[in-house]
Design a protein around this ligand. Structure first.
Ligand SMILES: Cc1cc2nc3c(=O)[nH]c(=O)nc-3n(C[C@H](O)[C@H](O)[C@H](O)COP(=O)(O)OP(=O)(O)OC[C@H]3O[C@@H](n4cnc5c(N)ncnc54)[C@H](O)[C@@H]3O)c2cc1C
Length: 418
């Protein structure tokens, strides 16, 4: 061991949820250390939509103006079947401070959060990877490996990241914001429950030939979803759910912004996209000017059995994952970050007891059990359209909202979540 560090809260993982947690803690005057095993933020749009409740939280931090400058505003979501447009829901009718959704690529959100952390005198410790946790009566002792680059190989030189030194971090609390493969969760011995079959998607981002409406469009046909997110800068994303599932695990976020396929492959990607659009969304008349990203990804429907224990707690994808259409995992993750940061701030000031952390777990586990369809009932009013009655569960997971906003949006089409 060559260095020791003492902090109030160690946040593991600088994705959007970890950065948001660290920012809220720093704003509250808590000493926070934010570590990330990669060397830079994500490079693509991933979870690209901010729910009305996320906008409210970003506004409180004075970040909404910066977000709005880069984002695209959506006013509604329209659902389609194979026959065409079935029903639409307006965000404007929400009793929310910001009744709309902003489309902001995840890499832009991460850059804004990192910038704000820096203005508070903090920073992300890039290339610092958690490797072990040891509970102590008054806190947690974490081992963090600092990764350094080294050249290997003689005839063919190679660049590798190896452990340069290991740092001992003594923290009062640890927040596991370390995503889908969360080591914090695994070190705590917390299992996941898989609450539905995984959903496999192919995602394309491209510039259309003509402009698109400011509307999220979701096609539900033959038990599969296809989703159109208009993006800032005149681009858009189509995600098509594929039949079946893949054996591979959830992929890592790419850190390299350049994406290019060899010419032969690029031609095939283009043709497949064209064909999928003809089959799944024949009314989509905007055309394809240039495809700039394509990726396959499988999403699980899973929830951690516990959100943590003692002095180590989880937020975001470390605790849950769901289908991508409604961007619920990241946005509910941002709400978890706010709640957990508030509780840890109180506990560090000696205000409140550890019961607050159990309440945190109860509240969000219960919300996730409902979002994942394992608890509660979704019922349709007699005047709801038959198509809505038949596809309720797909509509629930595809709406970019949670909590009371989600209930209010569902009510517009005659669905009640209780
Ligand atoms: C290709 C792709 C497409 C996606 N598309 C969508 C979509 O359409 N809709 C949607 O809702 N979501 C989508 N997602 C998921 C979305 O990106 C996540 O929901 C979101 O990133 C969750 O944020 P988070 O901060 O909880 O976790 P993450 O963003 O996963 O951040 C966790 C961070 O922890 C770091 N980390 C992990 N282990 C350690 C360790 N031991 N030490 C230090 N750091 C560590 C990781 O490197 C990572 O940066 C997509 C993801 C991918 C990969």
């Amino acid at each position: 061991m060559s260095r020791n560090l003492k902090t109030d809260v160690l946040v593991v993982g600088a994705g959007p949820v970890g950065m948001f947690t660290a920012l809220l803690l720093a704003e509250a005057g808590v000493r926070v250390t934010l570590i990330e095993c990669e060397d830079r933020p994500a490079a693509h749009s991933y979870a690209c939509g901010l729910h009305p409740r996320s906008l409210k939280m970003l506004n409180r931090l004075g970040l909404l103006e910066a977000v709005q400058k880069e984002a695209r505003r959506l006013e509604s979501v329209a659902f389609y079947s194979e026959k065409g447009r079935e029903v639409e829901i307006s965000f404007a009718a929400l009793p929310a401070e910001f009744p709309f959704v902003l489309v902001l690529p995840q890499n832009c959100l991460e850059a804004l959060l990192a910038e704000r952390i820096a203005t508070l005198g903090g920073h992300v410790l890039w290339h610092h990877r958690l490797s072990a946790l040891q509970p102590r009566p008054d806190g947690v002792l974490a081992e963090v490996d600092q990764l350094v680059g080294t050249g290997t190989g003689s005839a063919v030189p190679r660049w590798e990241w190896v452990v340069g030194r290991t740092i001992e971090v003594a923290a009062d609390y640890v927040v596991g914001a370390d995503g889908h493969h969360s080591l914090v969760r695994r070190l705590l011995g917390i299992e996941h429950d898989h609450l539905a079959t995984p959903e496999l998607y192919v995602v394309y981002e491209f510039e259309p030939e003509s402009p698109l409406a400011d509307e999220l469009q979701v096609v539900v046909a033959e038990q599969r979803k296809s989703v159109l997110w208009p993006l800032p800068g005149g681009r858009c994303r189509w995600s098509f759910q594929l039949a079946g599932t893949d054996e591979t695990e959830f992929g890592e976020k790419d850190r390299n912004p350049s994406w290019a396929e060899p010419a032969a492959l690029a031609q095939r990607t283009w043709e497949r996209l064209e064909k999928r659009l003809q089959l799944r969304a024949p009314w989509f008349a905007a055309g394809i000017r240039a495809v700039d990203w394509a990726v396959d990804i499988q999403f699980q429907h899973r929830l951690a059995r516990q959100y943590g224990r003692d002095r180590c707690w989880l937020v975001g994808d470390a605790a849950h994952q769901t289908a991508p259409a409604g961007i619920q995992s990241m946005n509910v993750g941002l709400r978890e970050a706010k709640e957990l940061a508030g509780i840890l701030t109180r506990l560090l000031k000696g205000d409140g007891s550890a019961d607050l952390l159990e309440d945190y777990e109860r509240k969000f586990r219960s919300e996730w059990l409902t979002l994942l369809g394992a608890q509660g009932t979704l019922s349709a009013s007699p005047d709801a359209k038959p198509w809505v009655k038949a596809h309720g569960k797909h509509l629930l997971s595809s709406l970019p909202a949670s909590g009371e906003d989600l209930t209010a949006l569902l009510r517009q089409i005659g669905l009640t979540l209780a």
